[in-house]
Design a protein around this ligand. Structure first.
Ligand SMILES: NC(=O)c1ccc[n+]([C@@H]2O[C@H](COP(=O)([O-])OP(=O)(O)OC[C@H]3O[C@@H](n4cnc5c(N)ncnc54)[C@H](O)[C@@H]3O)[C@@H](O)[C@H]2O)c1
Length: 251
């Protein structure tokens, strides 16, 4: 699928990897609806870019954003799921077992929110007529290398991202009949506001743990892969690690 003239929803598009996709896709001539809980997304709106204040876990808000894509740009061709939250907390901490609602909260946004947007966006994509063999839609999901090598304190985050990894193949299989592709990207460690809370020394150390290139990933590198995934029709049902060969250590 070409990006030029097509319309995409980018969740988490107000920041980091999502914001890089918004810029890359708009530069390539695509229309974008940013769905984010952060008002910062409003500052990115422009000619081809709209902002919908949206919590990905909220059905009514996601429906409204999908409607916005259709009403403003005529149809919906794709979805990039970047909305996510990261926490670090041991299952048994100094104050006892991790409160269940904190585990559930991460799964709610990262996994259930991702599925919520996929189901509502894909239903809209089905409205579009396409020729045989042509892409009707492309859905990109953001997992994490933590889905495979989660560190101590990442049980909730890793489980939520493992769920995203596991969604990709069954959805690609189900949506094949509709000519909609589903692909996952599992980033290593990227330099985004999600990491901004860490001290500079910790960020540098994380960068050095990446075998090559020995630095943090750049959001533009994620956006370049998301773009390629949209453009390369043979990619489907797979989760691609984008990680400079990093394998996370236990801590
Ligand atoms: N940065 C990394 O190193 C890294 C590595 C692996 C995976 N990821 C994943 O990539 C995705 C993007 O992360 P990022 O690094 O750009 O982080 P980020 O914090 O810069 O951006 C995440 C965005 O998601 C939004 N968001 C959070 N909860 C939301 C909700 N309920 N509804 C709508 N929007 C919501 C935030 O407001 C924010 O704008 C996340 O899913 C993250 O888990 C990031």
């Amino acid at each position: 699928m070409e990006l030029n003239g097509r319309t995409f929803i980018v969740t988490g598009g107000a920041s980091g990897l999502g914001a890089a996709c918004v810029a890359e896709f708009a530069r390539a001539g695509a229309n974008v609806v940013i769905c984010d809980v952060s008002e910062r997304g409003a500052a990115l709106a422009g000619d081809r870019v709209r902002f919908a204040l949206t919590d990905v876990t909220d059905e009514a808000q996601v429906r409204a954003a999908v409607r916005m894509a259709r009403d403003e740009f005529g149809a919906l061709h794709g979805l990039v799921n970047c909305a996510g939250v990261a926490t670090a907390e041991r299952a048994i901490g100094r104050e006892g077992p991790q409160p269940l609602e904190r585990f559930a909260g991460v799964v709610e946004v990262n996994l259930i929110g991702t599925f919520n947007v996929i189901r509502l966006a894909a239903a809209e994509m089905l409205e579009r007529e396409v020729g045989a063999g042509e892409d009707r839609g492309v859905i990109v999901c953001t997992a994490s290398v933590a889905a495979y090598d989660g560190q101590i304190g990442q049980a909730a985050y890793a489980a939520s991202k493992g769920g995203v990894v596991a969604l990709v193949l069954p959805l690609a299989r189900e949506f094949a009949q509709h000519q909609i592709r589903v692909i996952g990207i599992a980033p290593g460690i990227f330099d985004t506001p999600m990491l901004a809370g860490l001290p500079e020394a910790a960020r540098e150390s994380l960068g050095r743990q990446t075998p090559f290139p020995a630095r943090l990933g750049r959001p533009q590198e994620y956006a370049a892969l998301a773009r390629h995934v949209v453009e390369n029709q043979m990619l489907n049902g797979e989760v691609i690690r984008l990680d400079g060969a990093i394998r996370l250590a236990p801590r």
